[in-house]
Design a protein around this ligand. Structure first.
Ligand code: SF4
Ligand code: SF4
Length: 202
């Protein structure tokens, strides 16, 4: 009677599968109409990095820790933290780039950063037309007062209210900090800050 045994077996298998999937049919829908509705991002979520250029000492610890070799750092001279202002002074930053074409979002770069100027952010989506555009130049972002990327849809006119609020929070709107960010690649400005720090110590 293998024929009937197979039928019973098939019914049992289907019933076992439905016992798992059927309750979802009646469960409350959890789909979020993103980006019209703000998504909930968990506190330890690892999205695109946020980077505070004016506190980066260009030590390259992040570069060495990165298993995907996707971070590039350049400086015109040694940088160190001026403890009075909690700001890196000395040489200028000439490069800080992360290639998201190869980044694993593992967070190892963040763990080794001695000044905690690099963190994993909450933005999870970005899009571009060419692979080269996945390499993000954080110095260019800092010049525009930004510490992380902004997806193209976020920059369009009349975004949903939550987007405008989140976008402004992610841009550094403090005028003093904006100047540090915008001029972190300016050797003369960084040298002036170093001279001021040295004068304070005398
Ligand atoms: S580890 Fe931190 S301070 Fe050092 S280069 Fe990377 S981001 Fe800058
Ligand atoms: S998250 Fe991981 S893969 Fe991405 S830049 Fe940092 S260390 Fe490299």
């Amino acid at each position: 009677m293998p024929y009937f045994r197979n039928i019973v077996q098939a019914i049992r298998t289907v019933a076992a599968g439905l016992r798992v999937t059927l309750p979802y049919h009646f469960a409350r829908t959890v789909v979020v109409q993103y980006p019209d509705v703000e998504p909930t991002v968990q506190p330890r979520y690892r999205g695109f990095h946020t980077y505070q250029i004016e506190r980066c000492v260009a030590c390259e610890a992040c570069v060495k820790a990165c298993p995907a070799a996707c971070i590039s750092v350049g400086k015109s001279g040694p940088r160190k933290i001026d403890k009075t202002r909690n700001l890196a002074v000395g040489g200028a930053m000439t490069r800080y780039e992360i290639d998201y074409g190869t980044c694993l979002f593992c967070g190892l770069c963040v763990e080794v950063c001695p000044t905690q100027c690099l963190k994993m952010g909450s933005i999870h989506d970005d899009s571009c037309y060419r692979r080269e555009e996945l390499a993000v130049d954080f110095i260019k972002l800092a010049k525009g007062g930004r510490r992380t990327i902004e997806p193209i849809w976020m920059t369009k006119p009349n975004p949903p209210a939550w987007v405008a609020k989140a976008r402004d929070a992610r841009r550094d709107l403090d005028p003093d900090k904006r100047e540090w960010m915008a001029r972190a690649d300016d050797p003369q400005y960084c040298a002036e800050l170093a001279a001021q720090a040295a004068a304070r110590q005398d």
